[in-house]
Write a protein that binds this ligand. Structure first.
Ligand code: HEC
Ligand code: HEC
Ligand code: HEC
Ligand code: HEC
Length: 106
């Protein structure tokens, strides 16, 4: 019985650690931007099913977009980068919002 219990405890610990690692690397489930234009709610988890990570995280790491966009002069400004990435894909796939007030909700 003791053996079974310690086996269960070990399994539980492994699962807990694995869940933690997965949660830590896939990023937040939802991201909210709150510019003056109106709040944009981005469902990160739902979008992860639409394409590869690298489509959006094009530098291969998961650094915040604004750590380069708006800082590095060779990178387009943040607003332009978000709009280009978000709207272009929605337009291409004919899915997802493309009009200002469909994304920016007051
Ligand atoms: C449709 C685009 C898109 C896809 C696909 C996507 N992400 Fe993201 N992810 C984003 C955006 C946008 C952010 C917010 C970054 C910001 O605004 O600075 C983000 C944030 C993150 C963060 C948090 C970064 C931080 O420091 O706050 C992690 C980690 C992450 N993503 C991992 C992943 C992984 C792993 C995948 C693939 C399984 C993935 N993402 C797929 C768009 C995407
Ligand atoms: C480590 C720096 C860095 C990070 C982090 C980064 N970018 Fe970029 N990004 C760049 C640079 C530099 C360019 C311009 C050179 C190029 O096109 O590769 C660029 C170009 C782009 C372009 C234009 C591509 C084209 O085809 O015209 C888009 C759109 C874009 N980034 C969106 C994003 C989004 C959205 C995020 C966050 C999820 C992000 N980037 C994170 C550095 C970065
Ligand atoms: C690689 C393609 C792709 C990119 C990049 C992308 N989206 Fe989407 N998005 C989709 C698709 C496909 C749907 C429709 C999903 C459905 O209806 O099942 C969608 C739906 C949405 C929706 C409405 C459904 C919901 O999740 O509430 C919003 C809002 C949205 N996207 C915001 C964004 C924002 C903001 C960005 C940029 C940070 C972005 N998307 C980048 C493909 C993309
Ligand atoms: C697919 C979703 C989407 C659509 C459609 C969209 N936006 Fe955005 N917009 C965003 C995201 C995401 C950001 C980045 C917000 C942030 O950085 O806080 C943004 C940022 C902005 C900003 C910059 C805000 C700031 O304070 O830096 C302005 C202004 C803006 N959008 C106006 C517009 C207008 C005007 C339209 C229609 C022509 C439009 N947007 C359509 C998603 C969208």
């Amino acid at each position: 019985m003791k053996k079974v219990m310690s086996l269960l405890t070990a399994t539980f610990l492994i699962l807990a650690v694995a869940t933690f690692i997965i949660a830590a690397t896939t990023g937040p489930e939802e991201i909210k931007y709150t510019p003056k234009m109106g709040t944009v709610t981005f469902n990160h988890t739902a979008h992860q099913g639409q394409t590869d990570c690298a489509t959006c995280h094009h530098t291969g790491d998961y650094a915040q977009c604004k750590s380069c966009h708006g800082v590095d002069s060779t990178a387009p400004k943040a607003k332009e980068a978000y709009h280009k990435m978000c709207k272009n894909c929605h337009k291409e796939l004919k899915k997802g919002p493309t009009k200002c007030k469909e994304c920016h909700i007051k």
